[in-house]
Design a protein around this ligand. Structure first.
Ligand SMILES: [Ca+2]
Length: 534
């Protein structure tokens, strides 16, 4: 190695592992030995040839799948217990592997393979894996009488998927994974924190969005809300615009920019009783029981002693798709995503009775029973994250206007971790980004695209959240401002690129974006990150 250019080449190759090609045929992976698991099939899929099996009748294959390079598709079934039946797919690019692994998460009650995430990951050179977490149907009826399946869903499946996928990757390429990442939202955010808390060796970098990690108290709060909003307390969708407009009239301008977004909705002290009907009950006002419901939504659920079980929602972004009528108040009484999750959970996982009804449940008793039955399986509330944070990086994010999971839960959890690990460790390995005007994981009136969804278009690849994580893990470059984008309404079927409406900085908590007082309000550069005192 006397030739300097060869020396240089070897140094480059050493520093940046060559984009790897499979060292053995895909089909040979059928012989990989895995504990408590079987490889069902291993087949090469030609570039652009994958059709997701869950397409609806008549639905075209989304463009995402046509861009996938050739990959080895491995189907695995895991049986960590006699009652387990966990499906896993591992996708391995045949050439161009970047040496890294990406685990996919699931929203809601899971029960599906995240094909879009697998496709996007493989297209970016990652080996990737997804699991249905042990059941293949929507809702929670699968959990009735199956506590081991609840544990698979709660924490076992994602961990076992991760361990087995790494074994398969090693067998295919002949090399170990260099870096592993997990980024997901909602129940996927819960999975992310579960991995960080219970299996700190699984991933090097984790993003947990709007995590449902306080599962038991969160859904007990949902139950309390269902009881409060029963009958006369129900707020129909025709009244939601009245609430939304009153909130903006009271608070939008407080942050210095009248833009339909509350930069920090904790600063908004909107009083629901100002909406009380003075004459006839119309969509322009609320009845006394409806005012009580709105106060309960803001205040959060309490037990019979008055102790808060779970924090409430914050004002702003009540209207529109992904707003309150979808998640909390409902398109009609009892018809909301919140009701779907609370009913499914308590009936099937806590009370073991498909006919269970929320109306008569005692909140104190329900909370106690829910912890007993499922706290150990489903909650990911451990604040002592030293084992993970001493070796990996964790980024949390949450929309300030999430109508499904109170954003205050993420603020509280973040603060509890900082207290447990110390501010120095937290500074080295933990960040929280609160997103103004964002609803549950995406959407809302704010700038809400920042690379949090691997299947969606990137906002600004140099400043998005996933790039921030990989740069932190791989280069030691700590994340600072993330640039989020708001796009104009766009038809996904059209070939044109979406147009940017505005960009805004997302700031590491407790900093928040503050308008400089001059400059284009649609440009992130007109804002600075600063700590506001509360
Ligand atoms: Ca504003």
């Amino acid at each position: 190695m006397r030739n300097p250019s060869l020396l240089l080449l070897s140094m480059i190759l050493f520093a940046f592992p060559a984009f790897a090609t499979a060292s053995k045929p895909c089909a040979s992976l059928k012989e990989v030995a895995l504990p408590n698991a079987s490889v069902i099939s291993a087949e090469t899929v030609a570039a652009g040839a994958f059709t997701p099996p869950n397409l609806k009748a008549g639905e075209k294959v989304p463009p995402l799948y046509k861009e996938i390079p050739a990959f080895c598709r491995v189907l695995v079934t895991l049986k960590p217990t006699a009652d387990s039946d966990i499906r896993v797919e591992v996708w391995l690019p045949v050439s161009g592997w970047n040496g890294k692994f990406r685990g996919q998460g699931n929203g809601g009650f899971a029960g599906y393979i995240a094909y879009a995430g697998l496709a996007a990951s493989v297209s970016q050179g990652y080996a990737a894996a997804s699991t249905d977490t042990g059941h293949s149907t929507e809702g929670a009826a699968w959990a009735l009488g199956h506590p081991e399946k609840v544990a698979d869903y709660g924490y076992r499946a994602v961990h076992a998927m991760t361990v087995d996928a790494k074994t398969i990757v090693k067998s295919f390429y002949g090399d170990n994974v260099t870096r592993s990442y997990f980024a997901s939202c909602s129940n996927g955010g819960r999975q992310a924190l579960m991995e960080a808390q219970r299996f700190p060796e699984d991933y090097d970098g984790i993003i947990a969005g709007a995590p449902a990690n306080a599962w038991v108290p969160m859904l007990t709060a949902g139950l309390k809300f269902l009881q409060t909003a029963d009958q006369a307390g129900y707020i129909p969708p025709t009244k939601i615009p009245t609430i939304g407009k009153a909130v903006l009239a009271a608070c939008d301008a407080q942050d210095g920019v009248t833009d339909g977004v509350l930069n920090d909705p904790r600063e908004c002290h909107f009083d629901p009783s100002t909406l009380l009907c003075k004459g006839a009950d119309t969509d322009a006002c609320l009845t006394a029981p409806q005012v009580n419901t709105l106060k309960t939504i803001y205040a959060g659920a309490r037990d019979s002693s008055g102790k808060q079980i779970f924090p409430g929602l914050l004002p702003g972004a009540e209207e529109g798709r992904g707003g309150w009528a979808t998640w909390i108040t409902g398109s009609e009484q009892g018809k909301s995503s919140g009701a779907f999750f609370a009913n499914g959970y308590f009936a099937n996982m806590v009370y073991g009775n498909a006919e269970w009804n929320y109306k008569t449940a005692n909140i104190d008793d329900t909370l106690k029973l829910a912890y007993e039955k499922t706290g150990a399986s489903l909650d990911a509330m451990n604040s002592d994250m030293k084992p993970f944070l001493s070796r990996g990086k964790l980024i949390l994010y949450h929309g300030w206007n999430d109508p499904g999971i109170s954003p205050l839960n993420s603020v509280n959890y973040y603060n509890s971790v900082v207290a447990a690990v110390g501010s120095q460790r937290a500074d080295q390995s933990l960040r929280l980004y609160m997103v103004p005007g964002m609803q549950h994981c995406a959407g809302g009136p704010g700038a809400t695209a920042f690379g949090q969804d691997e299947a969606a278009a990137r906002s600004d690849p140099d400043h998005d959240i996933f790039s921030s994580l990989t740069q932190w893990v791989e280069e030691g470059k700590a994340p600072s401002t993330i640039v989020a984008t708001k796009y104009k309404e766009h038809d996904p079927a059209s070939n044109s690129a979406p147009q940017v409406e505005m960009t805004r900085p997302l700031c590491p908590y407790p900093q928040a974006a503050k308008y400089k007082g001059s400059g284009d309000r649609n440009l992130a550069s007109s804002f600075v990150c600063a700590v506001e005192n509360h």
